[in-house]
Design a binder for this molecule. Structure first.
Ligand SMILES: [Zn+2]
Length: 139
């Protein structure tokens, strides 16, 4: 009787252990996959208004319109407007209504150009108080 109960107890324990090991292994693989995904991409942080920010993963395709210090749905070409495009790991100021369009001239920002651009990880529209920063994988 004693022998049977220990035998009965051992089997589910082994199963449980097996399941636990499998679960941990899967969790580790999942975490590694997730990490390699995000670490390869990096991210951009867009600042506007009174220190508001939008963070966009570099592997996303997004068009962000900021008008008069607030996010807007569609570009209208009116007011203090900036149109930021993020595509294939690169961000740039596609359009802006500021006077000299210096921000548009600052070109493309990505992991490859960040080390050679005059402004490094930044695209800045000073008159509108809008900036794009390449923040890599960190924050
Ligand atoms: Zn500008």
């Amino acid at each position: 009787m004693e022998c049977e109960t220990t035998e009965n107890r051992r089997k589910p324990n082994l199963l449980l252990m097996g399941a636990a090991v499998l679960f941990v292994a899967l969790a580790v693989v999942f975490c590694l996959l997730l990490q390699s995904r995000t670490s390869g991409a990096g991210a951009f942080r867009i600042r506007f208004g009174d220190g508001q920010t939008i963070t966009v993963r570099a592997d996303e395709t997004r068009v962000i319109v900021i008008r008069d210090g607030k996010p807007a749905e569609e570009p209208t070409g009116e007011g203090e407007e900036n149109v930021i495009r993020i595509e294939n790991g690169t961000a740039w100021m596609e359009h802006a209504t500021c006077k000299n369009r210096e921000c548009v001239k600052q070109g493309r920002l990505n992991a490859d150009t960040v080390g050679t651009r005059p402004l490094g990880p930044w695209i800045i529209c000073a008159p509108h108080g809008v900036s794009i920063e390449y923040i890599g994988d960190g924050s």
